[in-house]
Design a binder for this molecule. Structure first.
Ligand code: V4E
Length: 210
């Protein structure tokens, strides 16, 4: 159970009015329509997010995203790579290590503060598998309840050696969808913080986390 999880390689984009048509033209199929609330947590000194560690509760499940290499940043050009922990024990371990405190029995006992909470309506599309590729590519079109929409192309890979190819693939798909940009597009959390938590946002900018 202690193999590292898959690496999520993602690229966000601004979903223009034509994006659904483009998805359709590429043979993408709508595979899921879901709505969920995410609540994000950090210590009072913001030690997790300033180190690019993102702890959230999505509905009833705890999840933690962190960069694949310790101390590195998940952001790489306009794409990102993160590992996700979903077992409570693994999450407790990672958080206690980062905060320099002993492992509590449950995540609630860390006494962390909620710094963002919002509902997302997500439509997930799956692209057909290419001729000589076995990697599944999904495209999410997200609408958050604070009036923000963002798209995301995502692949999961098993090893660091596959990440470079995944970056190229995501770039190519963004071009095909007509949503390619050189510079990173801000996601829901960054936008939420910019709108509601200016000081936290400023510190993340200063730390080059976002
Ligand atoms: C990793 C991260 C944050 C946590 C939220 O991650 P994100 O992928 O934006 O959320 P979501 O809802 O799409 O999760 P999924 O359902 O795919 O698991 S908030 C900020 N970061 C870092 C970050 C960054 N620096 N730059 C970009 C473009 N994205 C994320």
């Amino acid at each position: 159970s202690h193999l590292p999880g898959p690496i999520e390689v993602e690229r966000k984009f601004v979903p223009g009015p034509e994006v659904e048509k483009s998805l359709c033209a590429l043979g993408a199929e709508l595979v899921e329509e879901i709505t969920f609330r995410d609540s994000y947590y950090d210590s009072p000194d913001l030690r997790l997010t300033l180190n690019d560690i993102w702890l959230r509760r999505r509905e009833d499940n705890w999840e933690l995203k962190h960069p694949p290499q310790r101390g590195a940043r998940g952001l790489n050009g306009a794409s990102t790579q993160y590992m996700e922990l979903t077992s409570s024990d693994d999450i407790i371990c990672r958080v206690s290590e980062e905060l320099g405190v002993p492992c509590p029995r449950n995540i609630e006992s860390f006494g962390l503060n909620e710094f963002a909470s919002f509902v997302t309506r997500r439509r997930r599309f799956q692209l057909p598998l290419g001729e000589n590729s076995k990697t599944k590519v999904v495209v999410d079109l997200d609408e958050a309840d604070f009036g923000f929409a963002v798209g995301e192309v995502e692949v999961l890979v098993k090893t660091q050696e596959e990440v470079e190819d995944a970056f190229k693939k995501l770039e190519e798909i963004c071009r095909l969808l007509g949503v390619f940009r050189e510079t990173p597009v801000q996601g829901k959390v960054s936008t939420y913080l910019k709108m509601n938590r200016a000081e936290h946002y400023r510190q993340l900018l200063e730390a080059h986390v976002i």
